[in-house]
Design a binder for this molecule. Structure first.
Ligand code: GCB
Length: 618
């Protein structure tokens, strides 16, 4: 299109590109089950620290020489036209492997935050028909994408999938994708600049060209309701979406439900669940093959059916009270590679430590939506999941753009995982300060969850008011948001960040709502794997961490409404905040497992506790 033609059209300026949100992007629910072209592998990349490819030196359209998305052979153009001026040459830039954070691409990239451009070529599938979508599993944080020199759009948010339709932009034979990812957090991004984890910039999850028929199932879900029905819904997109006949088939239940979409391409059905239905649970994570055939499209997923409710202070799974034996987890592999790529094998290994090592039934996926690979692994392995959006610490509560970004990532997460039986709790925030603006912001998110997914529970990790006593402190839930949540979740670090003696912890007094389940969503202490001290009171020793767990668990046992735990954290993780030169060196050491996979003493303390707990309640 633009080879040799100057100047660029105004609408090609990246800042003018449409922002992909759930209101306008293809949802492609269960896209990972569809056929497509894998675009993982080798990509060229080029850093752009001054964002010269995003805006020109006076803030307008980028300078000619910086337009990295152009479909041109720079060398040839320069050789044939000496008016051409190029500062870059993507085709000859260094290469890296995607998906993966650029922090691992080279030593120079280890601490880079800003814009990186990526480019690769691929051959269009032969005999194209139907529709094609370029889908990113996630790219952190803001992405601008181009195909064959044409702008596709932008996306904000580092942990949820997004897609652009490219049916018209694809061409026969060779195609060129270029995209820029800006990892720079600001005061208005979600999360903002200060977090307690590494900001892994880049395309950290898979990129695929997804193929569908001309009319396809864009969104579909099937779930079990508390009154014993299977509730199905679907939305078709395309020219023949309206009045389309379809069939929902669940072979394992001998179920074949015919239907027809309405004028908007929507379909809904509610049928009594067959008696033979085996409910999904951590003990028996039964998944059914579910198919929705609509016209030329066959939508497919593997779905478990279960119910989750709150009744007074109880959490009911399939109608029975349950205690959440869990742990929190960052999206970190058990290896020292900072690329942050989670493969199915890595996800199964990590969750296996919880399920088989700790005898757990639950994981808090903190502090952002983890890869769909992870929630699929949780479905298969049988672990309940808390999924969170990165509304973390200090967010720009007053900024409408910040709220819009948070709402969009929450909606993208809910839509992506609507068919995951494992996901039972949506969390809207972590450790945020109580004030009117924040309360309004979080209530909007809670309202979104209730509207988009009334079938699951909503929570947020809150802080409590602490009053010193003579021995143990008194802890009071004073956050008004507690009343808006199904589960009151509290992060507590008494005995680590406070001066409490560990022996005093069990005597702590907890004033928490009596009518709601309480979960200790975090507690923890750093320990450097292999650092031992005969004195249990030596911080950073494995002995201290183990004793801290013993005493905190004793404390937790005394809270009558306690229905779950997700201590901090499964595995040591990178955090620029943690620079103690003897013990941390850039790692938060609160893991029960070291970054190289060594179990610390506290691992067994928690495992023994959960073994006992599993005998009390399933
Ligand atoms: C917290 C945060 C978590 C931190 C942890 C810590 O309360 O929610 O993100 O990493 O404490 O280690 O201090």
């Amino acid at each position: 299109l633009v080879t040799g033609s100057f100047p660029l059209l105004a609408e090609e300026a990246p800042t003018a590109l449409p922002l992909a949100t759930i209101a306008n992007e293809p949802l492609l629910v269960s896209a990972d089950m569809r056929e497509g072209t894998e675009l993982s592998g080798t990509w060229n990349y080029s850093i752009d620290p001054y964002r010269a490819g995003i805006a020109g030196f006076h803030g307008e359209t980028p300078d000619r020489g910086q337009q990295r998305w152009l479909d041109i052979d720079v060398r040839k153009t320069m050789a044939s036209d000496n008016r051409t001026m190029f500062e870059f040459d993507m085709a000859h830039a260094q290469t890296t492997s995607l998906p993966g954070s650029w922090l691992a691409a080279s030593p120079e990239m280890r601490h880079y935050q800003g814009v990186v451009w990526y480019q690769r070529h691929f051959a269009a599938p032969a005999g194209r028909k139907g529709r094609y979508f370029l889908r990113f599993g996630a790219a952190n944080y803001a992405t601008t994408a181009y195909l064959n020199g044409k702008p596709l759009g932008r996306h904000e948010g580092g942990f949820t999938p997004f897609a652009f339709e490219v049916t018209q932009t694809l061409r026969d034979g060779d195609n060129q994708i270029t995209f820029a990812v800006d990892s720079q957090a600001t005061a208005t991004t979600v999360p903002p600049t200060v977090t307690d984890w590494e900001n892994y910039g880049g395309a950290t999850r898979g990129i695929r060209l997804v193929h569908t028929p001309a009319t396809y199932v864009d969104n579909a879900s099937v779930r079990l309701t508390t009154d014993g029905k299977l509730e199905a819904q679907a939305h078709l997109d395309g020219a023949s979406a309206a009045g389309q006949s379809l069939h929902l088939t669940i072979a394992g239940l001998k179920l074949d439900v015919p239907g027809k979409t309405d004028a908007q391409g929507n379909w809904k059905a509610s049928i009594p669940a067959p008696r033979s239905l085996v409910r999904w649970s951590p003990e028996n994570p039964k998944l059914y093959d579910v198919t929705l055939s609509a016209g030329e499209d066959v939508w497919h997923d593997q779905i478990g059916f279960r119910t989750i409710e709150r009744k007074g202070a109880d959490i009911l799974l399939n109608g029975k009270p349950i205690f959440l034996r869990g742990i929190s987890m960052h999206e970190e592999e058990i290896s020292a590679n900072p690329g942050r790529v989670i493969t199915p094998e890595a996800a199964t290994a990590l969750l296996g430590e919880i399920k088989n090592g700790l005898h757990g039934n639950y994981v808090r996926l903190s502090h952002y939506p983890h890869s769909e690979v992870m929630t699929r692994a949780a479905d298969k392995l049988g672990l309940l999941v808390w999924s969170e959006v990165p509304v973390y610490w200090m967010v720009a509560w007053n900024n409408p753009g910040t709220l819009a970004a948070a709402r969009n990532m929450l909606a993208e997460n809910i839509l992506r995982d609507s068919n995951r039986a494992s996901v039972v709790i949506w969390s809207v925030a972590n450790e945020t300060p109580v004030n009117d603006d924040r309360n309004a912001f979080l209530r909007t998110l809670i309202g979104d969850v209730r509207r988009l997914d009334p079938s699951r529970l909503v929570s947020a990790a809150l802080l409590v008011k602490r009053e010193e006593g003579t021995g143990a402190p008194t802890m009071t839930m004073a956050d008004p948001l507690a009343n808006d949540l199904d589960i009151v979740s509290i992060n507590t670090y008494n005995g680590w960040y406070t001066g409490d003696r560990l022996s005093d912890l069990p005597g702590s007094v907890w004033h928490v709502p009596a009518d709601r389940p309480l979960v200790f969503s975090e507690f923890g202490a750093d320990a450097k794997s292999g650092f031992h001290s005969p004195d249990k009171m030596q911080k950073f020793s494995e002995e201290f961490q183990a004793e801290y767990y013993r005493k905190t668990l004793e404390m937790a046992e005394r809270v009558p409404t306690l229905r779950g735990l997700s201590p901090w954290i499964l595995k040591d993780f990178r955090s620029p905040r943690r620079q103690n030169p003897d013990f941390q060196m850039g790692w938060n050491r609160k893991g029960l497992i070291s970054e190289t996979g060594q179990h610390k003493l506290a691992f067994d303390v928690l495992a023994n506790y959960y073994t006992l707990k599993s005998k009390e309640t399933p």
